[in-house]
Design a protein around this ligand. Structure first.
Ligand code: TMP
Ligand code: ZN
Length: 406
């Protein structure tokens, strides 16, 4: 079953089929799991523009609901990262008279709070109510809505053209990306830039990070596909920069055609993607086979640990945990709990696999023999924080890029 590409209309053929999955960030309450929403987690690639995309259509209102539980400020490393981005914008793009920056999906305001402190005009565009409230409490101005073509005109009328439009870990979530690109073009000033960073297909493939695939990730971007998408909607890809976040992300800078010099990094990364065969269907199919191997390895490790009578728990309940546990068939019989520092996830269950989410204090009070690090992209920060666990003989299980114990 092919679909039409959400960007160019070309044919998208399925390449990776992880089976039936619930929403990554659903986190149902115990006793509230009878009507969980499941969809086929199948990802395909467009034959024409190579954009990697989810085959299923999932209404965005069911994803970014008022209690959307992801808080970008939860990680110290991420907070610093986003403050650093704000500072870079303040020193580069926002130095003119009365500059203006808009952020799509500003979440809890981790980036814009720094901009607000500098007294620079800004606007967060964030449909999820709870996180929007959190950012307002930090002095950030927020518009509660989804960003698309129809949002650009009223925002421009009220605030003027944008010097910067920013988005982090949100643009690849938006199925109506075409409309976002049109809206960005409308909102940008003549020399303005649209900057966004998202998990990078090259890193996902290289590390077999199949858990990056879940309902919210409508797309997994590559430089080649973003360059094509920009061109189709009247923008130009002028710079790319690889960043370490989320196991390997790419930051893309788009501008109006001819407004900015195209940096050499664009050509360099296009060449790397060519060498990696990133735009080829066969590469994704091979990735799917490696994912199945990781699943089998993880299951056999967990089986033998259980046979030895070892206790196992999970650490971190990112949306990714929903994909791994449901794809591998890991439930509370094997992993009786997972801890996560996000209060709104605690007391809830991982969707589908129904592993209870508890606080890190519960983990500390009941240290298992083995902890599966589901928040593997925060390994450095978490292992530093939980040094005591390892010092007392606890071992970490990681499954990216392959199953290993440290
Ligand atoms: P993310 O990979 O999407 O950023 O999500 C990381 C999850 O891990 C998030 O739910 C918060 C959780 N977490 C902890 O529980 N403890 C930590 O020290 C860190 C950094 C994250
Ligand atoms: Zn396409």
């Amino acid at each position: 079953m092919d679909i039409s590409c959400r960007i160019c209309g070309g044919p998208v053929k399925a390449a990776v089929d992880l089976g039936s999955h619930p929403r990554g960030n659903a986190f149902p309450k115990p006793g509230d799991t009878s009507d969980e929403f499941f969809f086929p987690l199948v990802v395909g690639m467009c034959d024409s523009c190579t954009m990697v995309q989810l085959m299923a259509d999932i209404p965005q209102e069911v994803r970014y609901h008022d209690e959307y539980p992801y808080h970008a400020s939860n990680s110290v490393v991420h907070s610093r990262h986003f403050e650093g981005i704000a500072e870079r914008f303040l020193e580069t793009e926002l130095t003119g008279p009365d500059p203006f920056i808009a952020e799509i999906g500003s979440n809890d305001g981790v980036m814009l709070a720094r901009i607000a402190r500098a007294g620079v005009r800004h606007l967060g565009i964030e449909p999820s109510r709870q996180v929007a409230e959190m950012s307002r409490a930090r002095g950030v101005q927020v518009l509660s809505r989804f960003f698309d073509e129809s949002a650009a005109e009223p925002i421009r009328a009220e605030h003027g053209p944008a010097d910067v439009i920013f988005g982090a870990n949100v643009i690849a979530h938006i199925a109506h990306l075409a409309s976002v690109l049109k809206g960005a073009r409308q909102l940008l000033g003549p020399r303005g830039v649209f900057v966004f960073e998202e998990p990078y297909l090259g890193s996902v493939v290289e590390q077999t990070a199949f858990d990056i695939l879940y309902d919210e990730h409508s797309f997994v971007f590559s430089v080649r596909a973003i360059r094509a998408a920009a061109e189709l909607y009247g923008l130009e890809l002028v710079d790319v920069e690889h960043v370490e976040l989320h196991g390997g992300s790419m930051r893309y800078t788009l501008a109006k055609p001819g407004a900015r010099e195209i940096r050499p990094a664009v050509g360099e990364w296009l060449a790397r993607e060519e060498a990696q065969r990133l735009g080829e269907h066969a590469t994704l199919e091979e990735f799917a086979r490696r994912a199945a191997r990781v699943r089998d390895d993880l299951n056999s490790l967990l089986r033998s640990l259980r046979a030895e009578g070892k206790t196992i728990a999970g650490y971190g309940a990112p949306a990714k945990i929903t994909t791994v546990t449901n794809y591998c068939g890991i439930g509370p019989d094997t992993v009786p709990f997972v801890c996560d520092s996000t209060p709104s996830k605690q007391g809830r269950l991982v969707a589908g696999s129904h592993i209870p989410v508890v606080s890190p204090e519960v983990f500390a009070a009941n240290p298992p023999d083995y902890a599966i690090l589901f928040a593997w992209n925060h390994a450095g920060e978490i292992m530093r924080k939980e040094r005591e666990f390892a010092e007392r003989g606890g071992r970490w299980i990681l499954y990216v890029p392959e199953v290993h114990v440290v």
